[in-house]
Design a protein around this ligand. Structure first.
Ligand SMILES: [Zn+2]
Length: 234
């Protein structure tokens, strides 16, 4: 066989594989998104409750912080009261103590309400959690598989390009430009297999004499109809 023809066949095999891998890599982010949004949609109720619980807990911590600050103020007002040297100072601290106590009591009521809410939400979350978590593990396993696939694909691409360069370099510049041109026009398939007196890419019938020449593979023959370089697989 013409050495250029066998190089071209290898080159096209490499290019077809590069194209397949690139398509696979490009499809991964959408697959990832789909998986994540499917999880979010299927578990919306649970995730909403979980969010409400998180918010209630944050709110509770904030109120507890306020109570602590208010209690420190109360201690200070009490100390002021002890140190009061006249009626005016004394009655001021009495008023401040009273206000602080009311504020603390109001905050404590809010905390109690929140604790009831937290208890209910927490019970719901705990009940459903094992089931949802196992679904989440399942999803993350799948996401990891995509990640592994993406890495393997990147490695494959590197080695395919390493294979491609010497194949391309040994072609004559004329053959190389034919291949490049046809590859662009025919979306990556510059070559077509000839079988049963037909071009498999465009189904055009090949005359017996031409078919025999293709079978011998001594020269580069292009399809009269689609222009692809024809080859015969023995
Ligand atoms: Zn053809």
């Amino acid at each position: 066989m013409n050495p250029e023809l066998s190089q071209l066949i290898s080159l096209q095999d490499v290019d077809v594989e590069i194209k397949r891998i690139n398509a696979e890599i490009e499809s991964l982010p959408a697959k990832r998104n789909e998986l994540e949004s499917q999880f979010a949609a299927e578990n919306k109720e649970f995730l909403d409750v979980k969010q409400q619980l998180d918010e209630a807990l944050t709110q509770k911590r904030r109120l507890e912080g306020e109570i602590e600050a208010e209690q420190q103020m109360l201690e200070k007002f009490k100390a002021d009261q002890m140190k009061a040297t006249n009626e005016r100072e004394y009655s001021t601290s009495v008023r401040e103590i009273d206000t602080a106590k009311k504020t603390i009591s109001g905050l404590e009521t809010e905390v109690l309400k929140l604790m009831e809410q937290v208890e209910k939400l927490d019970a719901h979350v705990k009940e459903r959690s094992p089931e949802i978590e196992s679904k989440r593990v399942e999803m993350e396993k799948q996401l990891n598989e995509y990640e592994t696939l993406a890495k393997a694909d990147a490695e494959k691409l590197t080695s395919l390009f390493a294979e491609r360069t010497p194949l391309l370099e040994t072609l004559s510049s004329e053959t190389r430009s034919t291949y490049d041109r046809m590859s662009k026009i025919k979306s990556g398939l510059a070559l077509s297999e000839a079988r049963d007196y037909k071009c498999l890419a465009c189904r055009m019938t090949i005359r017996p004499q031409v078919f025999n020449d293709i079978r011998r593979g001594e020269t580069l023959i292009t399809c009269e109809n689609c222009g692809r370089i024809l080859f015969f697989r023995g």
